[in-house]
Design a protein around this ligand. Structure first.
Ligand code: GS8
Length: 227
């Protein structure tokens, strides 16, 4: 359970949408006294702490709460919600509501993340165009799910919002690399994203979209082996 002398460490990468989820969740709960340790995921440079705390996947983010690791961003977000109950909740007391939230958060991981990644990583235009089409199709499904609600779960900012909003920092990268406009394709998603970004916790956790684009180019070079 939460305590004032809790020691919280986040194994982090500033541009990672998965790590941003955790930073937003912590900020929403008013937790600022944690240590963010930036990991270098390249060149076999992962820290011994990361390898010890996430020996299975060896991936960030990892939240270390009083020495105990929690891995996988969506699991971390739910953990934060359960431990720091005293603030506005991401999950509800209704099992059906929660099942739907988990379904759509999982949809972000399975159907939004993979094509979004391929848009900017693609080496060939056919691969990029296929990824773009898939990304837009799936984002439209999310837009439909949002409907005219304020947030995905209704009036309260919750798990699905936290799962998707970090991608907003990457929209510029997708648009620039894919030569398209997300506002033209999914205007309500952009309205929702702007609404989320008005929340202080979100605003201060989202990295600048131009810096993300520069970083994406660096990632791409590493991937292609140009150093
Ligand atoms: C994904 C984390 C992930 O891919 C989650 O936490 O939700 N399902 C996980 N982390 C990446 C960095 S962000 O692209 C990572 O740590 N990669 C290192 C590696 O693959 O070796």
């Amino acid at each position: 359970m939460a305590d004032n002398d809790d020691k919280i460490i986040l194994l982090d990468v500033w541009a990672s949408m998965f790590a941003i989820r955790v930073r937003i969740a912590l900020a929403e709960k008013g937790i600022t006294n944690y240590e963010s340790k930036e990991e270098d995921l390249f060149n076999h440079n992962k820290s011994p702490l990361l390898l010890e705390m996430n020996p299975v996947h060896k991936k960030i983010p990892v939240l270390i709460h009083n020495g105990k690791p929690i891995c996988e961003s969506l699991i971390i977000v739910e953990y934060i919600d359960e431990v720091w109950k005293g603030h506005s909740r991401f999950m509800s007391t209704d099992p059906y509501y929660n099942s739907q939230s988990r379904f759509w958060a999982d949809f972000v991981d399975k159907k939004i993340y993979p094509p979004s990644n391929r848009i900017w990583r693609a080496k060939e235009s056919t691969e990029r165009e296929t990824a773009k089409k898939e990304f837009i199709e799936n984002l439209k499904k999310m837009e439909q799910q949002l409907g005219d609600k304020c947030y995905f779960g209704g009036d309260t900012f919750g798990l699905v919002d936290i799962a998707l909003i970090p991608f907003y920092s990457w929209f510029h990268t997708y648009e620039t690399c894919g030569n398209f406009s997300i506002a033209d394709e999914c205007p309500n998603i952009i309205e929702w994203a702007k609404r989320c970004a008005q929340r202080e916790a979100v605003h201060k956790s989202l990295p600048d979209m131009h810096k993300v684009y520069e970083q994406a180019l660096v990632y791409k070079m590493h991937r292609l082996g140009i150093h």
